[in-house]
Design a protein around this ligand. Structure first.
Ligand code: NAD
Length: 421
């Protein structure tokens, strides 16, 4: 179900402005953060397989770069619009500041349903969009990564297109223009599962503080793409049971547990979970009503809304997606005693390992999976600790606390550098 009758940018703004009020943020920083620095909007033509020429609309929004180069994913989805990409770029600014990686925030997208295009059309679309972005992206300026509807292959094509437009002697030093690349062209071990891995690390921190044994937990997942499938597999590896799952093709249930790895392989060939034999089909309503310990929204924004939030019986909602919970739904969940592990903390594993990939490219090195996972775990443990501490000290929810941790870092940078001129 897709809900698009609200402004995501308004939702994102309300979240950080609430934190700004608690933190008594100084007015200059508040003014600067209210709008993105640059909003790039591009109409570009793509030759389709039938010979026709089609015009597509793409965006790159660069929200803030006080802490480092702009950083954020590229989304391919039919609902992509300026409002959505602005919100996603804002969240990137706060996410990077919260986890302490030296990046600013950006996001991009193309309004397209990638499942309706052939491989050749997708390749031409990606090349033409990257070419149109031109010097608006760059390895020390603005570094895209995958998001919903894009993957490591998309990043390989973006990198190749960007590199080919550089002077020959300079090409190989531009590899870190994108992250989330395949291993063969400079990707990092652990990047594919990084967001799901990070989510599980955050759930482990929450569970430890609440004396909950995750290995005995049941969970449900909405969205079985990159984030959802990796989170589910890692949870199952720890002994937890996925009893319900939903994607754009339907919802499934099995009280004995749905085999997560088998489902991932099924989705790769069938482009959705519908028809998977190890579970029974259930309605959207039944999916939200399932008795579970943890709910992992890992699809798109606005999926938990006032129409279904009251049905969720989980102890915790671990936000894998960006902005999955509307303001109204958040109030309902809080009222029902459900803890929300906020997106900017819970799904930050992707950008953290993107930072590791970027660093490996810059230093021509290759870290082991243990090194990547170990450093990711340490960074996220610290981010959770800081967030939890502020939440307790100020008696506020974890989302607001996470924004305050980020605001402290952003404010310090502005104080040290001053505001130009
Ligand atoms: P993806 O394209 O790999 O998977 C998206 C999943 O959502 C698919 O299973 C799809 O079927 C499902 N879906 C789409 N519309 C749906 C609907 N209306 N109802 C139920 N399911 C639906 O995307 P992804 O990369 O896994 O990203 C998912 C979310 O996580 C997005 O909000 C994205 O911004 C966020 N995120 C992704 C990363 C990353 O590293 N990929 C990092 C941080 C945050």
């Amino acid at each position: 179900m897709t809900i698009k009758n609200f402004s995501l940018y308004k939702q994102a703004s309300k979240q950080w402005l609430r934190a700004a009020d608690f933190y008594q943020l100084e007015s200059d920083v508040r003014t600067i953060l209210q709008q993105p620095k640059n909003e790039i909007s591009i109409n570009f033509p793509v030759r389709m397989d039938d010979g026709s020429l089609k015009l597509f609309k793409g965006y790159r929004i660069q929200h803030n770069n006080i802490l480092g180069p702009y950083k954020g994913g590229i989304r391919y989805h039919p609902m992509v619009d300026l409002d959505e990409v602005k919100a996603l770029s804002l969240w990137m600014t706060f996410k990077c500041a919260l986890v302490g990686v030296p990046f600013g925030g950006a996001k991009g997208g193309v309004t397209v349903d990638p499942s309706m295009l052939s491989g050749g059309e997708l390749m031409r679309l990606t090349r033409r969009f990257t070419h149109a972005l031109g010097s608006n992206i760059g390895p020390e300026y603005d570094i895209p990564a995958p998001d919903a509807g894009t993957n490591d292959r998309t990043m390989a094509i973006m990198m190749d297109t960007f590199m080919n437009a550089q002077a020959a002697y300079n090409r190989n030093s531009q590899r870190h223009v994108v992250t989330g690349k395949p291993l063969a062209v400079g990707g990092s071990l652990g990047r594919d599962k990084a967001t799901g891995q990070g989510l599980v690390y955050i759930l482990m921190e929450w569970a430890e503080r609440n004396k909950i044994d995750l290995s005995q937990c049941t969970f449900s997942v909405q969205g079985y793409g990159n984030v959802g499938s990796h989170a589910a597999i890692l949870m199952e590896n720890m002994g937890a049971k996925m009893i319900a799952v939903q994607d754009h093709t339907g919802s499934l249930y099995n009280e004995n547990g749905i085999p997560t790895l088998q489902l991932k392989q099924y989705v790769l060939t069938n482009r959705g979970i519908a028809g998977f034999k190890e579970a029974q089909s259930i309605s959207n309503e039944e999916f939200f009503e399932c008795e579970i310990d943890a709910f992992i929204p890992a699809a798109l924004e606005g999926q938990i809304h006032e129409g279904n939030a009251g049905k969720i019986k989980a102890k915790v909602v671990a936000e894998g997606a960006n902005g999955p919970t509307t303001e109204e739904a958040e109030a309902i969940l809080k009222n029902n005693g459900v803890t929300i592990l906020p997106d900017i903390l819970t799904n930050s594993g992707g950008v953290v390992v993107s930072y590791f990939e970027w660093t490996q490219n810059k230093t021509s090195s290759q870290w082991t999976l243990d090194e990547v996972d170990g450093m990711l775990g340490r960074l996220l443990k610290e981010a959770f600790y800081q967030t939890h501490k502020i939440s307790k000290e100020m008696d506020i929810d974890l989302r607001t606390a996470a924004y305050i941790v980020a605001l402290k870092r952003l404010t310090s940078a502005y104080q040290e550098r001053g505001i130009f001129p």
